[in-house]
Design a protein. Sequence first.
Length: 648
Amino acid sequence: MTDHCASSGGGSTAVASDDLRIALVGSPNAGKTTLFNALTGLRAKTGNYPGVTVARFEGLCRCGDEDVVIEDLPGTYSLDPISPDEYVVTDVLDPERPETRTPDGLLVLLDATSLRRSLGLLAQVLQVGLPTAVVLSFTDDLARRGGAIDVPALRRALGVDVHVVVGGSEGLAELKEALPQAAQWRIPPLAPPTDTAETSAWIESILRASRYVVPQIDTRTRRIDAVLLHPVWGTLVFFAVMFTFFQTIFTLAAPLQDAVESGFTHLGELVAAHVTNPWLASFLGDALIGGLGGVVVFLPQIALLFLLVSLMESVGYMSRAAFLMDRVMARAGLEGRAFVALLSSVACAIPGIMATRTLPSARDRLATMMAAPLMTCSARLPVYVLLIGMLVPREARFGPFGAQGAVMFALYLVGALSAMGMAWVFKRLGNRRGPILPFYMEMPSYRWPSWRSVGLAVWDACRAFLRKVTTIILATTIVLWLLLNLPLRSDADLAVAGVDPGDDVAVSSYVIDNSYAAGLGRAVGPAFEPLGFDWRVNVGVLASLSAREVFVATLGQIASATDPEEPTAALSSMTRTDGEHAGEKLFDAPTTAALLVFFLYALQCMSTIGVLRRETGTWRWPAIAFTYMFVLAWTAAFLVRHVVAALT
């Protein structure tokens, strides 16, 4: 159930089995992942709500002349596990489990602003008996809110070393010096009691001894939360924020997208002017520039999406959104942790499915996993932007707002509602409710975002997108290029078909229309003909099984081959080549709307299916997910096509 990542300084490195190993233990939002990043240089994801870290991460910390392996364990409030990610912590700390190496020492992070609750976890960790040191975080926030603590007195009362680290930097050098000496760390003369009542008394004695002053509730936070957590006003603000979110993606990204598109158009012109070999020119112009370039032009939207999400996480708004949505999730028979998993799926369904490990109920985990792929992920964004651009003119308005952004918001909203609806269905299919288990939701004070963390989040998202473009999408694009250009046609074949061998555009159109890809697209034609798809769209749909963005790359290749100078215009003006509707516009409003709805629901991602297999331990549930989502996508697209056709 755990994933391993070994790295240092942002790059991969080998972790020796005999290296000193220190594990980080702490509750969600205690600053554990920030400390892990500071010690190892890794760019692990941070956030302000439980369930962000659902896997194990490892990294090397350079401590003078020695290397220390730092292991970042999932956040937990207790060593009495109720969810899979909490079991990860207890498994690692259990020396009786041979499949996991027991750490040589533990760093327990205590949030200075909520010390009473944090000490409960520390009491359980000290009972394990491993060398333990404490890292006190958020002492600056404690002082700002009028709280206080005597750190030397806390150190004496606990009987273990206490290090103060602020912002992942101040106090870090001292902590690094102490890590290699884990075997010599101070051991409390008496372990905390195991009885609940006695543990509470122990916690109170520690607080008194360290002269702890409870921080005041942040008045600024309280005033803002009076609105943002209100069941009516908070919900309205949430939808307003989301609506503005998608308006921003279209409004700000459009000029940047145009610039990137112009750059690729210029590259295409250079290829056409200087590359004389027809096959090489076709590969460079159609496959790489037309196919991959057609996907890369959506990089500004990807960057803006993750910029806005990261900003909302950093300022503390996402935990409020999870709190609000807890009421909505309850109607689906789920709880707030399920919203965290579904929210993670907006970036990608894979981490969303993995985040279900925070759910204590197996029935809830399964229902959430089966619903998570319906959330609109970033892989759908290029497809949506392409199709919305053909369906809705850029100058069209929805009241005072852009109509394109409104359509995008509607797609995300429908995806979220559909996900919750299917979660309700699968929860009911599981029959009967399980026991109600506790759900803790941290409400951190509002803070100015860490621009470094935000920048790294955006950079990592863009880098992951480009890595996907240059691996999965590139490989699929090359295969598609071969399928679109084979079998080879001689001049005699072209002459027999009435095609002038000297007319490059006519030759390209004929070759594509009679290629292996065309044959494949026509073979599945009966299944998609009721939706208005022709063979070119069918090929794109089939290719998108490797990655949804490949649909854009496929159409980009075909359009670039049809009109290398104006591929966008060629795409918009494509006509059907087969059947009774031959000669009619391909991407008319009914067909484009049907395509949008099809991609809204279809599970066009083999990586997601693989993760479902790994998390459920069987192929049964991935097969069910793929089947029900395909049926849902086909049915919804069929209905939308006919409704739009009737309205237009």
